[in-house]
Write a protein of this length. Structure first.
Length: 107
């Protein structure tokens, strides 16, 4: 899992069933300052759906979208498992930094 996939998957989890393309972009901008293109988000979501980390389904058609329906994404148990593994990997690395390294501005 790459960093961008991890961020998108985290946002899907945070939005808890209300994650769709533009909403994911807005949440990423708010939380990271990054502003990815919608095409990049769609590509990552499709790849994650193929891996079984998210599922998707259509919401109701809305007037403001010209009758088009939003595709909503939800994290799966496998996606949650992947995030837990990534968190454990990162925590292990953070915990293994020698305490003296943090005192001398290494990080």
């Amino acid at each position: 899992m790459g960093e961008f996939e991890e961020l998108v998957l985290l946002v899907v989890a945070v939005l808890c069933g209300k994650a769709y393309g533009i909403g994911i972009i807005e949440e990423l901008e708010k939380r990271t300052g990054r502003s990815p293109a919608i095409g990049a988000i769609q590509t990552v979501l499709k790849r994650m759906e193929n891996k079984g980390w998210v599922t998707s389904g259509f919401g109701e058609a809305t007037h403001e979208r010209g009758g088009k329906r939003k595709r909503y994404y939800t994290i799966t148990a496998e996606g949650r498992k992947m995030l837990a593994q990534r968190k454990e990997q990162r925590n292990t690395l953070w915990n293994d930094i020698p305490k003296i390294g943090l005192n001398y501005g290494a990080i």
